[in-house]
Design a protein around this ligand. Sequence first.
Ligand SMILES: [Zn+2]
Length: 534
Amino acid sequence: MRVARRARADTETESKPAFLEGNPVSKVGAAGAALGLGLLLALSSCRQGNRPTPPAADVTRPSQKPNIILLTVDTLRADHMALYGYARDTMPAIGRFARTAVVFDNAVVPRGSTRPSYASMLTGLYPFHHGVRSNATVLHNDLTTLSETLKSAGYHTAGFVSNFVLLGEMSGFGQGFDVYDDRMEERESGRPNYERTARNTLEAILAWLNADPPQPFFLFTNFIDPHGPYQPPGRFGKLYRSGKMRRLDPNDIPAYQLVEGQLNYFDYVDRYDGEIRYTDEVMGILIDELKRKGLWDDALVVFTADHGESMGEHGIYFEHHLQVYEETMHVPLAIRLPDALGSPHGPTTTQGDGGPRRVRSLCSPMDLPPTILAAIDLSTEAELDGRSLLTLMQGGQDEDRALWLEFPDVATPQESLPDIYAIRTATHKLMRILAPNTTKVLQQAVFDLAADRLEQRVIPFNAQDPLHRQLAKQFDSMLTRVHRYDVPFALTVYEMPMSQRPGFIDARREKGKTIVKPLTTDQIERLRGLGYVQ
Ligand SMILES: [Zn+2]
């Protein structure tokens, strides 16, 4: 089917919008979750507004090309890390790394969904620009990814993913990677998805490292374990015990998350934290191995996540991708430039109290492509929505920035669900629920994030308030861009029917063998230490 998206010159909003009451988003989310995505969606090819520029032809080769390591965790909310104030030290290994890095306190993703968010992380574009606005939309070949740019600059590029929606053939995410290892044979217990637990992803990465990959390399990793269902392995399943009880209604818990006989809210939180701690243990082994091989200290290292997870803050339990609240959008972000890149960019870390330099300005994992490319003196002609964070890392300010957050359900033919958007500044968020594909405001609210990070206090929109007016102006401006824009290529959706998945997985088993090198005895022992004996 074809869906023609209308261009809109007007940005008028209803003069007397209803104020946000209760939790309208959960209702929207429930409806959204019920929708299937197995459709072939093609957007009209009319070209209006801004669009991604074609792949840059003239990339400047950097004089210094450090190895680049992008460590990401699926479904990791920032405030479940001690680095962001959590009482439990769920990520000690990453915490140690962060002490050598610049830590960003206000990093938010543009959409709280795996494939759209990773697409932004690897292209530097908003979802409405790259077109991946669902977990079934394929990242188009015409887009230039970070891996493609690095590859064209002489990098060996390797990606290791664990989430089924990032399978190369289905997602288009394999483009630009010399090695894209997406072998996954494990099945989630509560739903038919395939996945790869961190232990097995680590094993694949170690096998690749043992083969002495060419340098410089770009290593991209995606660990899925904190994503539901929360089933931390071995000792990690018993690591956290809150000892508290709050009984949930079984209808509040998504079916795939439901642990049989378990309705205690805190048990789910404990399990989620156990998954995070397990993932950190695996990442710690990887970091140690990279250090042992002399590949860590001089590398440009980034740690981040694709989105967070709702823990009931707004009546939504153990889900993401249904709304634009902070529990889903706020993610950890830490970047360490190698010392060799200190000039001309200057030092980026402080050593005074042993803690990391903190950056409070608003930013996003969408900023990673321009940041990484700027750090290694690579330039492209592409106009990106993300911007380089190097100035912030050196102590600069970017107080006026506003980011656009979205959850419109664009992949459904009914076009009957409201669109959810928000404009996010460093201190505030204006959230609006709109009639589908229109500017008609159904509900709206402002949140003071400086005083209320978890958005528990709804501030009714007040057109007399200069701050609210400013937020509305920014919102309307962005919405105009969203409505006027059509990606300059046909979008495709690839959702594999269940019946085809086992054969598809079987056929892939041969694929990865060529890059696998035997693990050393020491590596095998460390993997055993994760609670698995094989
Ligand atoms: Zn995800």
